[in-house]
Ligand binder design. Structure first.
Ligand code: BES
Ligand code: MN
Ligand code: ZN
Length: 489
């Protein structure tokens, strides 16, 4: 999406699609109100969140079409509402063949500053223009790149231009990473992820190091290696490094679960829905997208991204239920269920993260089906060792158009993960509080004095059915929250 900002009035823009946001049933515009109100009335457009309608204007405005995009009620407004409505508007317009969009960039949305409006609309609109069409053989190869102009009398055009440039960098990272995240298991094995990460790092100026099987053995990453034992493709740990402008400050470390396909292993998953487990790499995908943003936005702190990558398959060489392994940290683990593989891949990566002497660690993982029972598909869970840090991330998520909810982590949950024959077991004894006990397991690998938060994104990492704001596929949930947090450090 080509993004531009202009202080020339909206009426002067001869483009195809004029996006009009509607809040409290009222169009958010400075002018043309009568025409819009009539359109809404005659078409029964109620302005609910994610509702859209496209009208040809037959010369009544300079734009050939008006696209109404509902924001719902002002009382229920969130950044997410605006970001998704902008995406929905672009998707609705694209369906009508529109590629050049314009919207009023300086409307009065009482709850958010002008620059946040610009940033959110631009990023949402770009996300709305994305389609994963790599394997649709019938589609035209070359599409015209869509464009969006934000027009208006901005109070501070320079600040808004900076916000737009930031949105563009973030959007490019999201769209580029989505093409990788949406690849199925056969086309995105660990090796492919490593090659992709190395190429991205080279292009953006990050350092990149990949640990292969032999190096993982040397490093005693036996928990991760146990996950890949049944696969014909080897595990990897990929580390990406951004050197911050303050070279003395401790880095923040982002860790992503990157299971390229999760069959469950010997504790095989039921067949129904198993194909969605190609998205079990999405924690790592969010970290990749965030690292690309970091590389180009150049925030103050150093940032390290670690992807713990493996495929979880059953075979004669696979890990058996009951197997005991010694993790990198030295703690021993009884693997009672090979489908609880994410925590095994993560615990070695968290231990490796400690070698960087981090100021804080955030891990992201499609870790438990239980988080969907707890929170559905509208929020991810955050579990960690520091309530203030958890709440900080909850706030960053809200500002970034994502939703996080904190779950507790108590001693009882940690006791639930103590092993019978080894230090720990990889599933709980009580078979309750699945998301929290998974977090409790991970907490054993991070000292209490390092703020650490675990984001369980199993319910939010992908969409399975079409939504107004996106087609089925990876959402890259978490990347927006991470960059919001890092920009503020
Ligand atoms: N990748 C899955 C979690 C998952 C399930 C993500 C559904 C998205 C949708 C994870 O590796 C897993 O299998 N977890 C098990 C843990 C259990 C065996 C303790 C689960 O949630 O069933
Ligand atoms: Mn699993
Ligand atoms: Zn998994």
């Amino acid at each position: 999406m080509k993004l531009t900002l202009t202080t020339r009035p909206l009426d002067a823009q001869a483009v195809e699609g004029w996006i009009v946001f509607v809040q409290n049933k009222k169009p958010l515009v400075n002018g043309n109100g009568d025409l819009l109100t009539e359109l809404m009335k005659k078409s029964n457009f109620s302005g609910e969140f994610a509702e859209t309608a496209v009208f040809p204007t037959f010369g009544k405005t300079k734009a050939s079409h008006i696209i109404l995009a509902g924001l719902g009620k002002a009382s229920a407004f969130q950044i997410q509402t605006l970001e998704r409505a902008a995406a929905a508007a672009v998707r609705a317009g694209a369906k009508a063949g529109i590629t050049r969009f314009v919207t009023e960039g300086s409307v009065s949305l009482a709850t958010i500053p002008e620059a946040a409006f610009v940033h959110t609309v631009a990023r949402g609109a770009t996300w709305g223009s994305y389609n994963f069409e790599t394997f649709k053989t019938g589609k035209k190869k070359k599409r015209t790149e869509p464009s969006l102009t934000l027009a208006g009398s901005f109070k501070n055009a320079a600040t808004c231009r900076r916000a737009l440039a930031t949105a563009e960098i973030e959007s490019q990272a999201l769209l580029a990473t989505a093409d990788l995240a949406n690849l199925p298991g056969n086309l995105a094995p660990p090796q492919k992820i490593a090659i992709w990460a190395a190429k991205m790092a080279k292009e953006t100026g990050l350092a990149c190091a990949v640990l292969n099987k032999a190096e993982l053995k040397k490093q005693n990453c036996n928990a991760l290696l146990s996950v890949a034992a049944g696969s014909d493709t080897d595990a990897k740990i990929i580390t990406l490094k951004y050197q911050g402008t303050d070279s003395k400050a401790k880095p923040v470390v982002l860790v992503g679960k990157t299971i390229t396909f999760d069959s469950g292993g010997i504790s095989l998953k039921p067949g129904k829905g198993m194909s969605w487990m190609q998205f079990d790499k999405c924690g790592g995908m969010a970290v990749l997208a965030a690292m690309q943003m970091v590389a180009l936005l150049k925030p103050k702190p150093s940032v390290i991204g670690i992807l713990t990558v493996a495929e979880n398959m059953p075979s004669g060489g696979a890990t058996r239920p009951g197997d005991i392994i010694k993790s990198r940290s030295g703690k021993t683990i009884e693997i009672l269920n090979t489908d609880a593989e994410g925590r095994l891949a993560l615990c070695d990566a968290l231990d490796l993260a400690l070698t960087h002497k981090p100021a804080a660690i955030v891990d992201l993982a499609t870790l438990t089906g239980a988080v969907i029972m707890a929170l559905g598909h509208t929020a991810a869970a955050v579990v960690g060792n520091n309530h203030e840090f958890n709440q900080k991330l909850v706030q960053c998520a809200e500002n970034a158009g994502e939703r996080l909810w904190e779950l507790p982590l108590w001693e009882e949950h940690k006791d639930d993960m103590k092993g019978t024959f080894a230090d720990l077991q990889n599933i709980s004894k009580s078979n309750t509080a699945g998301t929290i006990t998974a977090g409790a397991f991970l907490s054993e690998f991070v000292p209490d004095n390092i703020p650490w938060a675990h984001l369980d994104i199993a319910g939010t990492a992908w969409e399975e059915t079409p939504k107004a704001w996106m087609a089925p596929g990876a959402t890259l949930f978490g990347a927006r929250t991470l960059i919001e947090w890092i920009k503020g450090l």
